[in-house]
Design a protein around this ligand. Sequence first.
Ligand SMILES: Cc1ncc(COP(=O)(O)O)c(C=O)c1O
Length: 398
Amino acid sequence: MEQRSVTRETLAAQALGEADPASGGLAPVISPATNYERQLDGSYRQDRVYTRADNPTYELAERLLAALEGAGCACAVFASGMAAATAVFQSLIPGDHVLVSRVLYWGVRKWLAEFALTWGLDVEFTDTADLGAVAAAIRPGRTRLLWVETPANPMWEVTDLAAICALAHAAGVRVAVDNTVATPVLTRPFEHGADLVVHSATKYLNGHSDVLAGAVLTARRDPFWERIRSWRRNAGAVLGPFEAWLLQRGMRTLFLRVHRASESALAIAAHFHDHPALTAVLYPGLPSHPGHQIAARQMSGGFGGMLSIRLAGGAEQATAVLHAVRVFKRATSLGGVESLIEHRAEVEGPSSPVPADLLRLSIGIETVGDLIADLDGALSAARRGAARRGAARRGTAR
Ligand SMILES: Cc1ncc(COP(=O)(O)O)c(C=O)c1O
């Protein structure tokens, strides 16, 4: 039959379009087997031995994600985003120097702070949005990895991937990009020169807040990739087949969900950007955002579903808004179908660099008018509460 090339969106919707060879079923089967039968001659039917190494169900999720991230790349799914991220760092060698975005998901920052020393890694945090700072921080011959998150949690700072990859490669440094927030729908880091792409697949890729999963993808099947794969196999950081099956199902609607969340996030950012109760709306889609120009070049089809707001009334007002929302769910995480609101400084603890007046919003796929009305109502309720408390304080002072 004539082969036609189709878009990545079509590939995702059809989970690569391969019917189950045994039944013709359009939904893939789940393969829960942990071990495989050995033939009398000692061989295995598909060279599969034990599921800690590989499994047909997670191979489908891997092939699908690889098809979305870029031609020719390879993918390995992991038990979580953290298992994926730490596999990359643990594939480095003690003594290696690593440059990491100063603004990034706090779990990775915390892990690096706690484990990098015992692993013998020399980790240095730098502003990857500042090319001069990165160039100055690279130690030729010693820096082995540059870790970038863009847009970066929770200020949504944007790093110019093409520029930073060119800079790093000129010094022989490998670049890994955490693409959890942008997803391959909006940014494909390999097209900008990245060597590795990492995901918390718990977020947009699955999209329904019911699977913990991660992934690492590589542009080349080189010895470093083999170390990452062997780390997964030997440390056992694998995803279960049921989770892998749910992940491929989630990815079927990835484009719809990410486009919808991006449109709604832009509408929310535009609606609230000059609200008197806020000092800032941080969203790469707003022309006022410092990374907007780069984001407009690097992200296609939207600016993502994540934004943060900073309250003029500080931490107290942030808590009041959190208590006053009715549609947004007060919960951690991001990238699911339901919209979430969170006070990051409180979640991250005293060592967090996140301002105490900041609330992070993950926009889901609900009706955007409901979300705007909810936030509007919560901001007004919080202001009324503050006015009442102010009047009461003045009354007591008199
Ligand atoms: C950008 C980013 N990377 C990595 C992770 C870690 O992923 P997981 O929670 O799946 O381990 C998260 C989790 O919030 C994240 O937001």
